[in-house]
Ligand binder design. Structure first.
Ligand code: VG1
Ligand code: CO
Length: 545
C-alpha cells in the first residue's frame, strides 16, 4: 500500500512563470518544497484532474530525473489516472505536444529551461501545456502563480522510485505509469507531413550532405532515429546527439554564437550542403546552407512561400502568424498569396488560439522558432524536415532558394542585439523612459529616417478577446524599418535587454550587404533614441544574432 501524505509548506514568492514556464537556477529548484509547491499549484489550478491522463518528460538536463520521480509521486497522490512518461525521462517539447494531442491528455508537464545552460550550476524549468498541446495561456499561468502565493500544503505518495528505462505500464497507488518510447509518436507525425521517400532519395543520393547538431540536448535521439535510421543519412550526420545533463558545458541555443562548431563546419573547407541545429528542448532550429545563414525570419517566409511543395501543406495555408519582433518578411509572402498575417506578442502561447481556430497554419519567431498546426509548439526538427522537403523538390541550394526569395519579395535585413546580465533596475528604468518617449516621436526626422509610429505593443487576441499589454517598445519608420526593444522573460540572472533591428531593401542589387553594415545607421539610431549603452553601462551587446 502506498501512503499518501499531506505536507505543510509555505509559499515562495518568486514562482511567476515567464515567457515559457518557470525558470530558475537548479539550486533554487533544489530548495525543500520549491518544486513541490509549483507542481501542486499547477494541480490545484486544474479542474477535473481526477482520473485524467497527463504527459511528462523533459530535456534531460540536470535534475530532470529527480524532478520526474517527485512529480510522479505527487500526481499519484493528487488522483491523476494515468501518466505517460518519456523513456529515461526524455521528451522534446514538440513531442510532448504531439502526445498530448494524440492521446487526448488533459495536459503535460515539460521539464526544461530550453536554451538556458544546464548542470548543477545551470538552470532548470517547468512548463505546463494544456489539452490542445500548447503552452498554458496567460489566464492559466496567472492562476498557477496566484496559487503559489497562498499554498500551504502539497500531496505526495510514499513509494519507491519508478524505473524509467523499461517501456511499459506499472502502477503507483491508483495511477498507471506508462513509460513510452520518446520518439515513436513524433516520428509518425513527421512521416504524415513530409515526403519521406523524396527526402530519403536526397539524403542517399551521394551528392547532398547534411550536418545536424543537436548540441547534446533532447533532439539527439529524435534526429538519430529520423535522419540516420529512417531517412538513410550516413552515421555521423547527427553531431552531439547524446543528451547530456549539462549539454556538454555548452549553451543549447541554436544560433551563430552558441552553435559555433556547426557554423565552423558549414563555413569551412568541403562544407556540407545543409546544416541545422536545435535547442535544449528541441523546439527551435537554426538553418544553414553552405557558407550561408538563413535568418529565422527569412526561414519562416521561405517555408510559407514554398508550403505547397510539401504534402502536409499542399492544400495551402489558412494564414500565417509571427511574433511582433519577427521581421516582416513573412507579411510580404502572405500579402502575395492573399492570406492573413497575424502579429502576436513574443512567446508561443499566443499562437495557440490562432492555430486552434484555423486562422494560421504556419507560425514563427525571430528567435529561431518555427512551427505549424501539426502541434501547438514550435518544432525544431519539423522545420529541418520542411527545409529538406523543399530542397528535395526544388533541387537547388539553400542559398539559391533564399536569394530567389529576396528577388521576389525584397530582403528584410534583420538582427537582434542582446545585452545579458544587465542590472534589473537600470533595465526597467530604460524601458520606462522609452515607454513615455516613443509616443512623442511620431513625425520626427532622424537623418534619413522619419518616425511613422511609436508605442508599447498591446495585443488583443482575436479569438478570446484577452488583452496583453506592455509587450515591447516599437518604433516604426516610414521606409518600413523598425526598432523594437523588450526585456527577456526567460533569463534567470539580472535582466536581458533585446534590441531588434529591421530594414527593408527591395532592390536586388543591394541584397549582398553584410547585415550589420546594412543596419548600421539604424543601430546607431536605436542607441541614440534609447540611450541604451549609456543607461546600462555597456559598450556592446553580449550576443548578436
Ligand atoms: C525567448 C524568445 C521567444 C521564445 C522564448 C521561449 O523569450 O525571445 O521568442 O518563445 O524564448 O523559447 P524571451 O522572453 O527571453 O525573449 V524556448 O525554446 O527557450 O522555450
Ligand atoms: Co526551446
Amino acid at each position: 500500500m502506498n501512503i499518501s501524505q499531506q505536507i505543510s509548506t509555505t509559499p515562495f514568492l518568486d514562482q511567476k512563470p515567464g515567457t515559457s514556464g518557470l525558470r530558475k537556477a537548479v539550486t533554487v529548484f533544489q530548495q525543500p518544497h520549491y518544486l513541490e509547491n509549483f507542481i501542486q499549484s499547477i494541480f490545484d489550478s486544474l479542474e477535473d484532474l481526477q482520473g485524467q491522463t497527463l504527459v511528462l518528460g523533459g530535456d534531460g538536463r540536470y535534475y530532470n530525473r529527480q524532478a520526474i520521480q517527485i512529480i510522479l509521486k505527487m500526481a499519484a497522490a493528487n488522483g491523476v489516472g494515468r501518466i505517460k512518461v518519456g523513456q529515461g525521462g526524455i521528451l522534446s517539447t514538440p513531442a510532448t505536444s504531439c502526445i498530448i494531442r494524440k492521446y487526448q491528455a488533459l495536459g503535460g508537464i515539460i521539464l526544461s529551461a530550453s536554451h538556458n545552460p544546464g548542470g548543477p550550476d545551470g538552470d532548470f524549468g517547468v512548463k505546463y501545456n494544456i489539452s490542445n498541446g500548447g503552452p498554458a495561456p496567460e489566464k492559466v499561468t496567472e492562476a498557477i502563480y496566484a496559487r503559489t502565493k497562498v499554498i500551504d500544503r502539497y500531496q505526495i505518495i510514499e513509494a519507491p522510485d519508478v524505473d524509467l528505462e523499461t517501456l511499459g505500464e506499472s502502477r503507483m497507488g491508483d495511477m498507471v505509469i506508462e513509460v513510452i518510447d520518446s520518439v515513436e509518436d513524433y516520428e509518425k507525425l513527421m512521416e504524415s507531413l513530409f515526403d519521406f521517400d523524396r527526402i530519403r532519395q536526397l539524403l542517399t543520393s551521394g551528392n547532398f550532405r547534411m550536418c545536424m547538431d543537436t548540441l547534446h540536448a533532447v533532439a539527439g535521439p529524435y534526429a538519430h532515429a529520423i535522419f540516420e535510421q529512417r531517412l538513410g543519412a550516413p552515421a555521423g550526420t547527427v553531431r552531439s546527439g547524446i543528451p547530456l545533463e549539462d549539454f556538454g558545458g555548452g549553451h543549447p541555443d541554436p544560433n551563430l554564437v552558441y552553435a559555433h562548431e556547426l557554423v565552423d563546419i558549414l563555413y569551412g573547407e568541403n562544407a556540407p550542403d545543409f546544416g541545422a541545429a536545435s535547442d535544449g528542448d528541441g523546439d527551435r532550429n537554426m538553418i544553414l546552407g553552405r557558407k550561408f545563414f538563413v535568418t529565422p525570419s527569412d526561414s519562416l517566409a521561405v517555408l510559407a512561400a514554398n508550403a505547397k511543395l510539401v504534402p502536409g501543406y499542399s492544400s495551402g495555408l489558412a494564414g500565417v502568424a509571427r511574433s511582433m519582433p519577427t521581421s516582416e518578411a513573412v507579411d510580404r509572402v502572405a500579402a502575395q498569396i492573399g492570406i492573413e498575417c497575424y502579429e502576436t506578442p513574443t512567446g508561443w502561447k499566443f499562437f495557440g488560439n490562432l492555430l486552434d481556430a484555423d486562422k494560421a497554419t504556419l507560425c514563427g519567431e525571430e528567435s529561431f522558432g518555427t512551427g505549424s498546426n501539426h502541434v501547438r509548439e514550435k518544432d525544431g526538427l519539423w522545420a529541418v524536415l520542411f527545409w529538406l522537403n523543399i530542397l528535395a523538390v526544388r533541387q537547388q541550394s539553400v542559398e539559391q532558394i533564399v536569394r530567389e526569395h529576396w528577388k521576389t519579395y525584397g530582403r528584410n535585413y534583420y538582427s537582434r542585439h542582446d545585452y545579458e546580465g544587465v542590472d534589473t533596475d537600470q533595465a526597467n528604468t530604460l524601458m520606462e523612459n522609452l515607454r513615455s518617449l516613443v509616443p512623442t516621436l511620431k513625425g520626427k526626422q532622424f537623418g534619413n529616417y522619419q518616425v511613422e509610429y511609436g508605442d508599447d505593443f498591446s495585443y488583443t487576441d482575436p479569438i478570446d478577446g484577452s488583452v496583453s499589454n506592455k509587450q515591447g517598445i516599437r518604433i516604426g519608420f516610414t521606409d518600413g524599418s523598425r526598432i523594437v526593444v523588450r526585456l527577456s522573460g526567460t533569463g534567470t540572472q539580472g535582466a536581458t535587454l533585446r534590441i531588434y533591428l529591421e530594414s527593408y531593401e527591395p532592390d536586388p542589387a543591394k541584397h549582398d550587404l553584410d547585415t550589420q553594415q546594412a543596419l548600421a545607421s539604424l543601430i546607431t539610431l536605436a542607441d541614440q533614441i534609447g540611450q541604451i549603452r549609456n543607461s546600462i553601462g555597456r559598450e556592446q551587446p553580449t550576443v548578436i544574432t
